[in-house]
Design a protein around this ligand. Structure first.
Ligand code: GLA
Length: 404
C-alpha cells in the first residue's frame, strides 16, 4: 500500500492524500490527518525476538491517514496505492485475515473495538484513506507504521484516551494475532516511542526504553535501497526465529540462569558449540556477539564517539553476512563501497535482510561523495542504480494541522 520509492516529501504526500480523499469521497468536512513514521534500526540486528537490546530511530517517511466521520456505524478503508477496499460495520469485523493490505488496519480495528467496549465508548462510522512513502519489503517497517498510525488515529478520533504503550501493544497484537507474522517488538516500539535527534534504546527483555542522543547536525543517516525484494523473505525470517529458539533450547541446559538467548554468555557457547549443528552454532554466535556489540555501541554513543558506534555497525554487517546469513551480494557491495568512503563511520544492512536497505552513518560533508560512489560501484556490478536517500529523524505519531 506504500509508494515504491522514498522521494515524495512529507508535505507533498500530505497534500496528495487530502486531494485523493476529496476525489474518492466527495465534498464535505475536510478529513482529520494523521502521520506515523517508519523506522530504521542501527544496532541490535535480529535481537528483539531473542530478548536483546536494539537501537532504532524513526524516519521522516511513513504513513498518512485521512479520517472522516460518516453517519452509519460502518468503517471503510481505502489506500492510494492499492485498489482493494474494505468495508464492514464495527459489529461484523472479520475473524480471519484476507491476505490483502487492509489486514493490518483491520487487525488494529479489532483491538480498538475491544478497548472501546471496555471503556463504553460510542463507535463512530468512519471513512479512512491511507497513503505513504515507505517502500514495502525494504526493511523500514511499513507494517508497524500503518498499525501504530491506525491505533493512534482511531484513539484520537474515538477519544479512547489510550496510553502510548496501549497503542503500541494494539499494533503488535494486530500483526501477530490477526495478520499472523511472528514479529518481534522492535518495530511498533520504534514507531511509537522514537524521538528526533536520538536513537531509541529498547531492551526487549524487560521493555525498558531510553533515548540516546545522536548529533544529527554533524552526522547523517543515509539509506541505500538495493531494490532487491525477496518473496521468500518471510519464510526465511521465521526460519531464523526457529533456529534461535533451537539454539536457546540446546544451550540453556548449560547455563541455568539464562531465560533467553540474549542471556547466554560467549563462554557457554564456546564450551558447547561442538554439540550444536553448525548452522545453529552460527546463529547463536551472531546473537550473543551482537548483544555485546550493541552494549559497546551504546556506551560509545553516550560518550559522543560516533566513529566507534559506526565501527560496531560495520562489524554487525559482517556477522549478519557470515553467521546469520541474511545478506545478499547487493547489500554487501553497498556496505563495502560505503565504508571505503572518507567520512563514513559505519554501514550495515537494516531490517530482516535478504534484500532491502543498507543504513550508513556518516559525517554530513561526506553525503555527496558517498552517493556518487554507491551509485557508481553498484551500477558497474549490477547494471542498475540503488536509491540513495538521506533521512531526517521524526518525532513520532501525530495529528497534522488542517491547512486553512
Ligand atoms: C524484522 C522484524 C523485526 C526484527 C528485524 C531484525 O524487521 O520485523 O522485529 O526482528 O527484522 O532485527
Amino acid at each position: 500500500m506504500h509508494g515504491e520509492d522514498m522521494r515524495e516529501t512529507g508535505s507533498d504526500a500530505d497534500a496528495a492524500l487530502r486531494r485523493a480523499f476529496a476525489a474518492s469521497l466527495g465534498p464535505g468536512a475536510p478529513p482529520r490527518m494523521f502521520f506515523a513514521p517508519g523506522r530504521v534500526n542501527l544496532m541490535g540486528a535480529h535481537l528483539d525476538y531473542n530478548g536483546g537490546p536494539v537501537m532504532p530511530t524513526a524516519i521522516d517517511r511513513g504513513t498518512w491517514i485521512a479520517v472522516r466521520e460518516r453517519p452509519d456505524a460502518r468503517v471503510s478503508l481505502a489506500s492510494t496505492h492499492d485498489a482493494a477496499r474494505f468495508e464492514a460495520s464495527w459489529r461484523d469485523l472479520p475473524e480471519q485475515r484476507a491476505s490483502r493490505w487492509h489486514d493490518y488496519p483491520v487487525g488494529v480495528l479489532r483491538e480498538i473495538l475491544l478497548h472501546a467496549r471496555a471503556r463504553g465508548v460510542r463507535l463512530l462510522g468512519l471513512d479512512i484513506l491511507f497513503g505513504g512513502n515507505l517502500p514495502i519489503g525494504a526493511g523500514l517497517s511499513s507494517s508497524a507504521s500503518i498499525c501504530v498510525g491506525t491505533a493512534f488515529a482511531l484513539d484520537r478520533v474515538l477519544r479512547l484516551g489510550l496510553e502510548p504503550l496501549e497503542r503500541v501493544e494494539a499494533a503488535l497484537r494486530a500483526e501477530r494475532a490477526f495478520v499472523g507474522v511472528q514479529c518481534g517488538i522492535m518495530d511498533p516500539f520504534a514507531v511509537g516511542f522514537a524521538r528526533e535527534r536520538s536513537l531509541l534504546w529498547l531492551d526487549c527483555k524487560d521493555r525498558t526504553t531510553e533515548h540516546v542522543p545522536l548529533d544529527l547536525e554533524r552526522y547523517s543517516i543515509v539509506l541505500a535501497d538495493s531494490l532487491v525484494r525477496r518473496e521468500l523473505a518471510q519464510g526465511a525470517f521465521n526460519e531464523r526465529v526457529q533456529q534461535c529458539a533451537s539454539a536457546f533450547e540446546a544451550l540453556q541446559d548449560h547455563q541455568r540462569d539464562a531465560v533467553c538467548l540474549r542471556d547466554v554468555r560467549l563462554e557457554t557457547l564456546r564450551a558447547h558449540e561442538h554439540g550444536l549443528e553448525p548452522v545453529i552454532g552460527r546463529r547463536a554466535r551472531h546473537v550473543i556477539e551482537e548483544v555485546a556489540r550493541t552494549l559497546e555501541a551504546r556506551s560509545a554513543l553516550l560518550r559522543g564517539d560516533v566513529r566507534a558506534f559506526g565501527g560496531a555497525m560495520t562489524r554487525a554487517h559482517a556477522s549478519l553476512r557470515d553467521h546469520f546469513e541474511v545478506s545478499v551480494p547487493e547489500l554487501d557491495q553497498l556496505v563495502e563501497s560505503a565504508v571505503a568512503t572518507e567520512g563514513v563511520c559505519g554501514a550495515r544492512l537494516t531490517g530482516a535482510g535478504f534484500g532491502g536497505c543498507v543504513v550508513v552513518l556518516l559525517e554530513k560533508e561526506a553525503e555527496a561523495p558517498l552517493r556518487d560512489r554507491l551509485v557508481r560501484e553498484f551500477s558497474a556490478r549490477f547494471g542498475r542504480a540503488p536509491h540513495v536517500e538521506s533521512f531526517r529523524g521524526d518525532p513520532g505519531p501525530r495529528e497534522l494541522p488542517t491547512p486553512r
